[in-house]
Design a protein around this ligand. Structure first.
Ligand code: F6P
Length: 344
């Protein structure tokens, strides 16, 4: 087993679930530390009853994680992973990760490596599964933060801008925005016009509501041409990770500045950042992660390689991983329409 990509509440629950279910049926487990990096470097940890005791409520991952790509720079990732599996006596791999980590798993499966994937991300943007574990925890953390920010918003008559994670999907922003009673939610799926956002805030204030909460997803962008050159610039370094992703973040700072400048209202931004991934998973995520771990072991034992475990409705299912991950799962427009009813 290995955990790759960003850490996520529930990773340890998957590990524990798989180990407990597998040991009972005579399997043994090796954990690779720090994602695919540990596979390439033979950096392992034996996963036993003892080494997985007490980890269910723990955030992060006891295995460590990284964004290493075994295929980076044209490397023969398949040969390297196969050799590592041989050296460690591993028959099958269970990578737990998002589209990058599982993208590697898809490539390995295409080359005949026995692998079963477990989807993970706080962003909830993976295809094939209704929810990923970690998402509900992130939503709860953001909701708690919005509740607290209401106090300052009301006391100071301020516009509080809350920037949340989610990469190119607005799931966290919309769920937490609905739960926290946000007055505007800006998501990547719906580029925004900052002038319209400001007009909306002015109308709201005109109705006697002297404060506002604006939730903005880190991947939300202004409609092209709606901010003058330089105004919408978000600078968080130019580097990309091994999978080519830029570091997102900073749109909240732009909004804070533009709201103040255009409306005259005092505005403050809070960028929640990695707090959203930290700490203990909520009960829903513990249960989902446990079910995923158990299901992954069953898929391996049944020889159903190339599968990804997923949640559909209330059932845990197995799907062909490549097809499930072919498209990201973007925000449901109906959910956003529901959120909009409460703007203002
Ligand atoms: O995919 C999870 C996530 O937390 C995104 O929401 C965010 O954009 C990214 O990871 C941050 O990555 P890092 O931990 O490398 O800064």
């Amino acid at each position: 087993m290995l955990t790759g990509g960003g850490d996520c509440p529930g990773l340890n629950a998957v590990i524990r679930g798989a180990v407990r279910a597998g040991l009972a049926e005579g399997h043994t487990f090796v954990g690779f530390r720090h994602g695919w990096a540990g596979v390439l470097a033979d950096n392992t940890l034996e996963l036993t009853l003892d080494s997985t005791i007490g980890i269910l409520p723990r955030g992060g991952t006891i295995l460590g994680t990284s964004r290493t790509n075994p295929y980076a720079d044209g490397a023969d990732g398949t040969a390297a992973v196969r050799a590592a599996m041989r050296r460690s006596g591993v028959d099958a791999l269970i990578p737990i990760g998002g589209d990058d980590t599982l993208g590697v798993a898809v490539a390995l499966h295409a080359d005949g490596v026995p692998v079963v994937g477990v989807p993970k991300t706080i962003d909830n943007d993976l295809g094939g599964t209704d929810f990923t574990f970690g998402f509900q925890t992130a939503v709860q953390i953001v909701t708690d933060a919005i509740d607290r920010l209401h106090t300052t918003a009301e006391s100071h008559d301020r516009v509080m801008v809350v920037e949340v994670m989610g990469r190119n999907a607005g799931w966290i922003a919309t769920y937490a925005g609905i739960a926290g009673g946000a007055d505007a939610i800006l998501v990547p799926e719906r580029p925004f016009d900052v002038e319209e956002v400001c007009e909306h805030l002015v109308r709201r204030h005109g109705r006697g509501r002297k404060f506002s909460i604006v939730v903005v997803a880190e991947g939300a962008t202004p409609i092209e041409g709606t901010l003058a050159e330089g105004e919408g610039q978000i600078t968080r370094g130019t580097s990309t990770d091994a999978f080519g992703h830029a570091r997102l973040g900073g749109i909240g700072v732009v909004l804070e500045r533009e709201v103040e400048r255009r409306t005259g209202y005092e505005a403050r931004v809070t960028i929640l950042g990695h707090v959203q991934r930290g700490g203990t998973p909520v009960a829903f995520d513990r249960v989902l992660a446990t079910r995923f771990g158990v299901a992954a072991v069953r898929a391996v034992a049944g020889g159903r390689f190339g599968a990804m475990v997923a949640l559909q409705g209330t059932a845990i299912v197995e799907l062909p991983m490549a097809a499930a991950l072919a498209e990201p799962k973007l925000l449901d427009p109906e959910l956003y329409a529901t959120a909009e009813i409460f703007f203002g």
